[in-house]
Write a new protein. Structure first.
Lengths: 177, 313
């Protein structure tokens, strides 16, 4: 089993519903976020091209954050999802330093927090909150080992990229281009 | 033209607009830990060579400050933790892939050893010291007999401690300025140099001071060589590492790095130590103080500048 997500940069309109859905679902403290939307504008007016990306933890297969954690609080869970056990985390910040995507933050309670792919919803057979809230249905989630899952189906037919593959982290958040 | 903005807004405390999760605590600890490693290494080395009396300050006097340095350093580390009450979790597991886990365990070994070393040499500082209880006297007698074995463990673990202070940074692929394996030997050399400087401060014998001045000159030459290699490596690497190196080669950190670390912390003390060896009268506190200052600045500048650069995407 290998959970992954694909985000269609052609369908995303940058409304940030995914961000609010995550904050609400996961009780993210005010002022923080586990996911965010990046807008990249290339060119000069009137020849402009925009790419919109809903970004979050890449749930890497080769996670530097899991490697550098001195207590084992950061670990791989079912389907390769990278999780933090709050009562094992000492808040040393090593994983925050190690993440090339800056996807982790220090929770006001002291431990480190990050996207969990809404593992509590997946276990109930639901989609992650961001995916289910997206009004343009631009996100696809599922198990890459299952060829029938939405994410496998879309990656078969569309061109995609991952972020900084050269960092060697083997990210599992795909961007359809 | 390219413009990149986070349209949903993102202002995670300590992460945005740029990373600043590690403050003064980590570089201060790295400085104290490196200096402690340097002092312990020289103490162990000269004890094992059987030159305890010749290098009296190095083996019997200077090591007394190591427990103090380590305790302050450990306290700084504790202050850095955001989930402080869980610090003991470090000692419920051994994680070979995590430099911080190595560091925690090495400190668990080095700190008690430094206390033991101080205890068996306490009479050098307080000649009338009395352990009061017989059992303590017996323990001291036993440990004094095992001094060579203790020196071996202390010498090796102090090298691991010294290298680890650099590896802690260099293991982060996400921070291009830190991601160079040169940092391990560079921080070890800087720690040994700081250790030699402390020993010079404590030494009352001219011969011993001269010996450590020579050692210090050698180590600083190695440091300069490592720094040049570090920048050569960066400039021959990818764009992210070129950008990182430019922080010190024309960027905002250029003046502090080259003035405080390289000129004041390395070149000036080497010149003063050479003059001292040529029989000029130079107060030892000047070169030693400058070496310690340079060593501290090296940690602070690398720690702060390293958090300013990341991968581009």
């Amino acid at each position: 089993m290998r959970y992954a997500m694909a985000v269609d940069t052609k369908k995303c309109v940058g409304c940030s519903d995914c961000v609010v859905a995550c904050q609400t679902e996961n009780n993210v403290p005010i002022g923080y976020c586990r996911d965010w939307v990046v807008e990249i504008t290339d060119g000069t007016y009137p020849q402009l091209e925009i790419e919109l990306r809903s970004e979050r933890c890449n749930q890497c297969d080769n996670s530097p954050c899991v490697r550098c954690c001195p207590t084992g609080a950061s670990h791989y869970s079912d389907g390769g999802i990278v999780l933090v056990t709050a009562n094992k985390c000492i808040g040393c910040g090593a994983c925050i330093q190690s993440c090339p995507y800056d996807a982790r933050y220090s929770h006001p309670d002291g431990h480190v927090d990050k996207c969990t792919f809404c593992i509590h919803r997946i276990k109930k057979g639901l989609e992650p909150a961001c995916v289910s809230a997206c009004p343009t249905k631009c996100m696809y989630f599922g198990d890459l080992d299952n060829p029938k899952s939405p994410v496998s189906e879309i990656l078969k037919v569309r061109k995609y990229k991952t972020l900084i593959p050269e960092a060697g982290t083997d990210p599992q958040l795909y961007f359809l281009i | 033209m390219r413009e990149e903005i986070i349209v949903s807004g993102r202002n995670n405390y300590l992460i945005d607009p740029h990373l600043h999760i590690w403050h003064w605590q980590i570089p201060l600890y790295l400085f104290l830990g490196g200096m402690a490693a340097g002092i312990l290494f020289f103490a162990a080395y000269f004890t094992l060579r059987g030159k305890e009396d010749k290098y009296h300050a190095a083996t019997k006097i200077a090591p007394h400050i190591v427990p103090i340095l380590l305790v302050i350093g450990l306290f700084a580390l504790l202050l850095d933790l955001k989930h402080k009450l869980y610090f003991w979790r470090l000692y419920t597991t051994i994680r070979l892939e995590s430099p911080m886990s190595w560091g925690a365990w090495v400190l668990m070994l080095v700190t008690p050893l430094s206390f033991i070393w101080s205890a068996i040499h306490i009479k050098e500082i307080f000649p009338k010291w009395d352990w009061k209880f017989d059992i303590l006297k017996d323990i001291e007698a036993f440990l004094t007999k095992q001094k060579k074995a203790i020196a071996w463990v202390m010498g090796i673990s102090s090298i691991i401690l010294g290298v680890y202070t650099g590896i802690l940074f260099s293991a982060f692929n996400a921070r291009p300025l830190w991601n160079t394996s040169i940092l391990g030997p560079l921080f070890l050399a800087s720690g040994l140099s700081a250790g030699a400087a402390v020993i010079m401060l404590f030494s009352k014998k001219h011969k011993e001071r001269n010996m450590f001045a020579k050692i210090d000159i050698g180590i600083i030459v190695v440091e300069l060589f490592l720094i040049i290699h570090m920048f050569m490596g960066f400039l021959a690497s990818t764009q992210v590492q070129i950008n990182a190196a430019e922080l010190f080669l024309g960027g905002p950190w250029t003046a502090p790095f080259w003035i405080f670390v390289v000129i004041l912390g390395m070149i000036v003390p080497v010149i003063l130590e050479v003059l001292e060896l040529k029989k000029f009268k130079i107060p030892v506190v000047i070169p030693a103080g400058l070496v310690l200052f340079g060593s501290l600045m090296l940690r602070f500048l690398i720690a702060s500048a390293g958090q300013e650069r990341r991968w581009l995407y």
